[in-house]
Ligand binder design. Structure first.
Ligand SMILES: C[S@@+](CC[C@H](N)C(=O)[O-])C[C@H]1O[C@@H](n2cnc3c(N)ncnc32)[C@H](O)[C@@H]1O
Length: 279
């Protein structure tokens, strides 16, 4: 790819999705674009870039989506999910026992493994039967991956990664060589296409935000801006869960770690309120 084609492409992708493309990954990026090339009937990369320069919206969207990494697995980073199940969720349920309302968002949910993992933990508590209103929202920039997540169909390899046999048996049915999430679990999750660069206006009063393994693809400015918006959507004692290589360094005062190692953060507003309350 010619250097000025690469920088045009990198700018387009950064503007649309926040993802930073590095010049030393040009070959890898061309590989990612081959499916777009085929789908839109281009013979060469230059023809595709030429058309992109003329602002074809569906093509630009497909290119930005093709650059995303949709890698995920059930109960990814097991220690984080254990901590969430054993400490964070029970505390949250105790604090919400009067309102009986819980709102959780899996931002950048890829093919839905994260959202269904959360749904399984909520299911363990039989919240719906106990009269709770539970909103479990899951979003991703890629409409293709959201369609997959809604279908809840996973390969044998995918269910083998991170899912205990007892959970596979309890929540999945075999479908040909694949496994499909039971409908009751699928109904617990509202999937929707959403770009983290857009306004979070429709998201509010969230108790927990899982925003894992997506911030690492953004530059510092985009990461800060997304984290600021996340902070605004959380209730004062809300919780943010990040990926194991991610930190909420900016904005510096919005989040404080729940403990040293779990990558789970509490909204700093709650810490400030606790200090004020204790005088
Ligand atoms: C590596 S996956 C992480 C999936 C899951 N959160 C996990 O930790 O296993 C990253 C996801 O972020 C999504 N993504 C990338 N840029 C995005 C953006 N600007 N808005 C929303 N989602 C985005 C990608 O489509 C991809 O599915």
């Amino acid at each position: 790819m010619k250097p000025d084609d690469f920088s045009f492409l990198a700018q387009l992708v950064r503007r649309r999705s926040g993802l930073v493309l590095r010049a030393n990954k040009a070959q890898f990026i061309e590989g990612r674009l081959t499916s777009v090339l085929r789908r839109f009937g281009f013979r060469t990369m230059s023809a595709l870039i030429h058309e992109l320069r003329h602002g074809r919206e569906t093509l630009a969207r497909a290119v930005a989506e093709a650059m995303t990494t949709n890698e995920s697995s059930f109960f990814r980073d097991r220690a984080v999910f254990d901590r969430f199940r054993d400490v964070v969720l029970p505390q949250l349920l105790e604090r919400r026992k009067d309102s009986k309302r819980l709102r959780i968002w899996s931002a950048a949910c890829a093919a839905g493994q994260e959202a269904y993992s959360i749904a399984m933990l909520l299911h363990d508590h039989k919240l719906v039967a106990k009269g709770w209103t539970v909103d479990l929202i899951a979003t991703d920039i890629s409409s293709e991956i959201i369609a997959r997540a809604e279908g809840g169909l996973y390969t044998h390899y995918e269910v083998q990664r991170g899912l205990a046999i007892r959970r596979l048996v309890a929540h999945f049915t075999q479908d040909g060589g694949n496994w499909r999430v039971h409908e009751n679990l699928r109904r617990m999750v509202s999937f929707r296409t959403f770009n983290l660069l857009d306004s979070f206006g429709w998201l509010d009063d969230l108790d927990v935000v899982f925003c894992r393994n997506v911030l690492l693809y953004f530059d510092q400015k985009t990461k800060s801006s997304v984290l600021e918006k996340v902070a605004d959507t959380l209730v004062p004692d809300g919780v943010l869960v990040l990926g194991h290589t991610e930190t909420p360094l900016t904005p510096a005062n919005a989040f404080v770690p729940v403990d040293g190692t779990s990558h789970i953060y509490r909204h700093a507003k709650a810490a400030v309120q606790r200090l004020a309350a204790t005088g």
